[in-house]
Design a protein. Sequence first.
Length: 219
Amino acid sequence: MLRVSRWRVLLVVVVTAIGVWLSLPNFFPEAQRASLPGFVPKNGVSLGLDLRGGSHLLMEVDMKSLQKERLEAVADDVRTALREKPTIGYSGLGAQGSIVRVKVDPANIAEATKRLSKSVVRPVNAGPNAAGGAGAMNYAMASDPSGIISLQMTKEMLAAEQLRAVQQSIEVVRKRIDALGTKETSVQRQGEGRIIVQVPGEGDPERIKALIGQTAKLT
């Protein structure tokens, strides 16, 4: 006959009792946990999306809109650079597709390209006042004898803008989801331009979409 020492039996009973004690809050609704006595644990196990259910959203950065906004900003930078004294006359400034074009007097091409190299054609990670230099550049600049100067966004610039947009979007989405008071929310990047949002316990994905979709933009 198998005999078990008393101290082992006692140890099993104590461990089992502690486990039941710590898991007690999980048997009560979350609204009732606050009313439990102070000596009773109140933190329950947070169930994930697979056990609790909830909302799963996949978001993607709109690169066409992002590129359009960046090119419009570049057109403004070109306008500012050419209006510096002494002013360089120009015409036809605008964005077409992925290129910003402007026409200047052929005699002013050298000065115009010099200014644009300093204010627009910067290294990808440079600040707004950094001069152009070696390395990956924001925009590829070209000119022709007729005085037309074109600026095209480089692949490195597109990748950097996409990464920054995803990182900023993750922070904004996380803050807005946290406002719901939902625990164990997951907001993660997937691939190059996508974001996965998982909200356990939230069965209405339209509510999440409406919350995330609130426009808040500062340029």
